[in-house]
Design a binder for this molecule. Structure first.
Ligand code: ADP
Ligand code: MG
Length: 615
């Protein structure tokens, strides 16, 4: 029998919504702490009882809530943080959905005490509001010096089914503490303390960002980590990452924040894992506290009720940026170069008002060199080993003006060999710390990020070979068995055509095992099962709903990244010159994938300025 359609009562709506926002004490605590931060608190005290199941109390010294707004605070979809869609698109507060207090009010005994002050107006006294079963009891006068105290007792007392899903108080406390630590590490300017069952667990005073990170991560991490401080026009990445020698069995010391918000973002995790891939023992976990600042308009935080996930407008650019920042730092550490010491005060946990526009000493001019129409099509068969690309001696005749396009932009670099026969990117002088290639051209100094440049070259070549159906496949002498989880199997089936098109060949052994019989020839130096696993990960990460070509490019990009020369590989001068010549021939070689430059031109006049010559 079918029941009639009826609107749900408000309490039930909120109880249902609470299932998304308030899953357990930890998620309730997270919401309350975010409210305190949004209110500009500089001091927060957390008191939990029985893992937060019995009680979660958060007291702050923030702006408070005006008494006439108190009742709206606990209403669903009532917020002081956004007004319209434009606000949503560049939201700079942690909260904005107006659901947390309404949800908490529906599943706990909630008491809100608050005294409004904004520096000018100061409420005569505080007000207190009680919510019982979603119903607001009257607002009463109360005593409180300043700020807000939120007290949520007996979580899920009226939703027994949900209460059953709670774990022991000890376990719930562990989760709640994690939530508090994530806030603490990202907001060092806020003094914060945590007590459980009346006992102080920890307390951090207002600290410098680096001090807070180290206080939370511990001395051992402090002694084996390095600062990350990377800027790009659209993003900035700051924080600390552990040297490979300090690795962990679990993911307990992995903190990733986007504009101050802790996220479990697969894309970021993937980029970080990939950066550590070559330097960390299999099965070990890196430790890091990384803070990504990004223009809020380039990231959508409204894709998850608890905002634990985000969506980037250009995920690949973010991935590349983070990967390269870490890869560079880890490579530098591997050759025992003192880690760059970034000013720890510089990293921000809140979205920057205006993002840095990059360095301007002396303004490095970067110009792009397009592809030559006559650039020889890449033949996979001739280059089955990636580094052979670099081994090709530069043929002098290859770089005449005809093979290179004319500059479309105000190029600072001549697009053809100059009178002295110097090609646009010049001739290599040497290698810097195994990361950069230095070259001299007619303008002055050219600095090339060799991994980034090579990655772009390979990516373009892979695409060309693929478009021309010139994919070479390398059969394995003995097929390699590959255990495949149901989820991976699904992804594999969805992309089977694509993968075979790229040179893979599989045979089914059983529902949960396949044999890899062939791999793309370009990738024959990689462990086949590792490569396949990474590609499947990538495909899972980026979702299968996209166009075939997009997925293909994704895979090719991952393959290019892995095949590109790693930092610390010593190149000979002919190899470096070959790389420069390849760059001149490659489409979009001025940028590694989306956006990051692969090389910079420093004109002699820039250098003169730097040394204050000729004044
Ligand atoms: P949201 O944070 O998404 O706006 P909430 O339900 O968490 O929704 O809070 C509702 C409103 O109550 C907030 O917009 C804010 O104005 C107010 N509020 C909640 N907690 C505090 C606090 N600790 N200090 C000051 N105002 C608060
Ligand atoms: Mg909130």
């Amino acid at each position: 029998m079918r029941a009639t359609i009826q609107a749900l009562p408000e309490l039930l709506i909120n109880q249902i919504a609470a299932g998304e926002v308030v899953e357990r004490p930890a998620s309730a605590l997270k919401e309350l702490l975010e409210n305190s931060l949004d209110a500009g608190a500089t001091e927060i005290q957390i008191d939990l009882a029985e893992g937060g199941i019995k009680r979660i109390r958060v007291a702050d010294n923030g702006s408070g809530i005006p008494d006439n707004e108190m009742q709206f605070a606990v209403q669903r979809h009532a917020t002081s943080k956004i007004r319209d869609l434009d606000d949503l698109e560049r939201v700079a507060t942690l909260g904005f959905r107006g659901e947390a207090l309404a949800s908490l009010g529906a599943i706990s005994r909630l008491t809100l005490t608050s005294r409004f002050s904004d520096g000018q107006t100061n409420a005569a006294h505080a007000h207190c509001l009680q919510v019982l079963g979603g119903e607001i009891a009257t607002v009463q006068a109360a005593a409180l010096a300043r700020g807000t105290v939120i007290d949520a007792e007996d979580l899920f007392f009226n939703t027994p089914a949900r209460r059953k899903f709670l774990k022991t108080p000890g376990t719930e406390f562990g989760h709640a503490e994690d939530a508090a630590v994530r806030i603490a590490i990202a907001f060092p300017q806020v003094a914060i303390s945590l007590s459980h069952n009346g006992r102080r667990v920890w307390s951090y005073p207002t600290q410098a960002p680096a001090d807070r990170v180290m206080a939370i991560m511990g001395d051992e991490f402090a002694g084996s980590s390095m600062a990350i401080d990377e800027q790009h026009t659209a993003f900035a990445l700051h924080g600390f990452i552990a040297l490979p020698r300090y690795s962990r069995a679990g993911r307990d010391q992995q903190f990733c924040f986007i504009n101050g918000r802790f996220v479990r973002d697969k894309l970021l995790q993937h980029a970080i894992r990939q950066a550590y891939a070559d330097v960390l023992h299999h099965g070990r976990q890196p430790a890091f506290a990384l803070f990504l600042s990004i223009n809020p308009e380039l990231v959508d935080v409204n894709v998850h009720p608890a905002k634990a996930e985000v969506r980037f407008r250009d995920g690949r650019a973010v991935h590349q940026f983070v990967f390269h920042a870490l890869n560079k730092a880890l490579s530098a550490s591997a050759v025992d170069v003192a880690a760059p010491t970034a000013d720890p005060g510089r990293y921000v946990s809140a979205p920057p008002a205006a993002l840095p526009q990059g360095t301007n000493w002396p303004r490095a001019v970067q110009t792009q060199i397009g592809a030559g129409e006559g650039a020889p099509a890449y033949r996979a068969q001739q280059h089955s080993r990636f580094y052979e690309v670099l081994r090709e001696p530069a043929a002098p005749g290859d770089h005449n003006a005809a093979a290179l396009p004319t500059a479309s932009t105000s190029a600072a670099v001549a697009m053809s060999n100059d009178a002295g026969g110097v090609p646009p990117l010049g001739f290599a002088l040497g290698q810097l710390h195994g990361i950069y290639v230095l070259a001299q051209n007619s303008q002055g100094l050219v600095l090339v990020d060799m991994h980034a440049a090579h990655e772009r070259i390979l990516y373009e070549q892979f695409k060309q070979a693929n478009n021309a159906n010139e994919v070479a496949t390398q059969p394995l002498l003995t097929p390699i068995a590959f255990a495949i989880a149901p989820r991976e199997r699904e992804i594999l089936e969805d992309n089977r055509l694509l993968l075979t098109g790229l040179g893979f060949d599989f045979a089914d052994l059983s529902p949960n095992e396949i044999a890899i019989r062939a791999v793309p020839a370009l990738m024959e130096r990689r462990e086949p099962h590792e490569l396949l696993r990474e590609l499947l990960d990538d495909l899972a990460l980026h979702g299968g709903a996209r166009a075939m070509e997009e997925r293909r490019d994704e895979i090719l990009s991952t393959m290019a990244c892995h095949a590109a020369v790693r930092a610390n590989r010593q190149l000979t001068l002919p190899e470096m010159n070959a790389l420069l010549r390849q760059m001149e021939e490659t489409e979009r070689s001025g940028q590694c994938n989306h956006g990051r430059p692969t090389w910079f031109q420093f004109a002699l006049s820039d250098l003169d300025k730097l040394f204050m010559r000729g004044r």
